[in-house]
Design a protein around this ligand. Sequence first.
Ligand code: AMP
Length: 174
Amino acid sequence: MSIEKLKASVRNIPDFPIPGIQFKDVTTLFKEPENLAELSQELKKKYAGKGITKVVGIESRGFIMGPIMALELNAGFVPIRKPGKLPAETIEESYDKEYGRDTIQMHKDALSPDDVVLIHDDLLATGGTMLAAYRLVKQSGVKKVYINFLIELSDLKGREVFPDDVEVDALISF
Ligand code: AMP
């Protein structure tokens, strides 16, 4: 199977959740067993051998392939969540969205300076969410950070918000 086939499985929903947005629906990608197998193999190929010790997934669509990647890479999985969801002491980052500000949190003891981290989310649009996640992970002083998306909306140039020394990758580009 090819990346083009995976791309064809992503459903486009026009004007969701608001007029003008072309929403990329990944449920149609994930529901096919052969797609899941292909995604996990492609991601494993990309990151095997990089010494990744933790995959950090962003709530909520980063919780689907994130743990699968962690299993494939013999790494642990760490969730980044919306405020008030994590039970122990947290660290947080806030970022501007189109309307107002948003905050994300991670457990303070989830990562250590020895960790090599792969942060994963389903989709890169403006990059605001992932940049906040990157800053959150950097608060823990980890050794190295990689960033992965399944899908990139390349016209929005979201990858330009990340520092040059961070490897940013997306499997599928629209
Ligand atoms: P951003 O912070 O602008 O990069 O937005 C990324 C987050 O919003 C991801 O968690 C995506 O799941 C979601 N998102 C933004 N735009 C879209 C879109 N067109 N289709 C599906 N999800 C989107």
